[in-house]
Write a protein that binds this ligand. Sequence first.
Ligand SMILES: Nc1ncnc2c1ncn2[C@@H]1O[C@H](COP(=O)(O)OP(=O)(O)OP(=O)(O)O)[C@@H](O)[C@H]1O
Length: 287
Amino acid sequence: MLQAIEARGLAKRFGAVTAVEGVDLTLAPGEALGLLGPNGAGKSTLLSLVTGLRPADRGEIRIFGHPAGSEAARKSMGLTPQSAAFPPQITPRELIAYASARHGKRPDTDRLLTAFGLQRLIDRRMAGFSGGEVRRVALALAFCGAPRLAVVDEPTTGLDAATQEAFQSLARDYVASGGAMLLTSHHWDEIEAICDRLTMIDRGQRVLDGTLAEMRATMRINRISLVVDGAAPDWLPAPDTDGRRHLESADSDAVVTRLVREGVGFRDLLIHPLALKDILAHLRHEV
Ligand SMILES: Nc1ncnc2c1ncn2[C@@H]1O[C@H](COP(=O)(O)OP(=O)(O)OP(=O)(O)O)[C@@H](O)[C@H]1O
């Protein structure tokens, strides 16, 4: 299958700073890849190489088989950069028409307006738009004309909860209908809600790559929480502010058996697989 993104050995320096060093990246159609990493890890630089906004110093990137930055590669992708500025006299309708035309498509204005709550703003000049309103327009542009690949850098930073949810739902629909999505975010729950696979980079290097399911299967750790009535044994952690005791275990059956055997009065027992945040906290000791 032709990959949406196929990148090998990418490297980029800015003077003395090595922003990206020897990174491989693949993304298939119908897949969402979350790019994670601390501030300054090299995520935005990596995206700028993938989108062809900057040339790589070393390595090769193909977008649906075409070199990054080529006309064919650019036409196949929609993009929301980390920060975007638009001419003050332009309206969202004009921008959406322009971005859709790049893909040779009629503007799918109605769907995008509804998804990003832009109905009231569509014909207003962008001068005076709030930060969140500008961000919503920038996000809508990544999906105009149904590109085969959407690249979104910290999509929901500064957006209200309703718009964050709308974005997640649109992103899931886009991927389910065959779109490929590369996303960076500092919101782990957002990555978890949208992405099938994640790649973590740190100081320009890839330190982790895999699906959440693979990571969970490897770790086999569950998060257990319960309320204890009466005395609790020493091996249980103290209750949190929510009154529940939380612990992690590779053998939740054994924990429950022990509670019963020791006659602990417990209720509201919940057993969950580890959240992405917890998985990364564990793996960080190993990477
Ligand atoms: N134009 C530039 N000139 C000089 N250094 C740069 C430039 N762009 C990025 N860098 C440096 O490259 C490194 C990677 O930056 P990058 O913006 O890719 O990180 P990031 O992972 O996107 O960070 P954040 O989560 O803070 O957005 C940082 O050390 C940054 O200071």
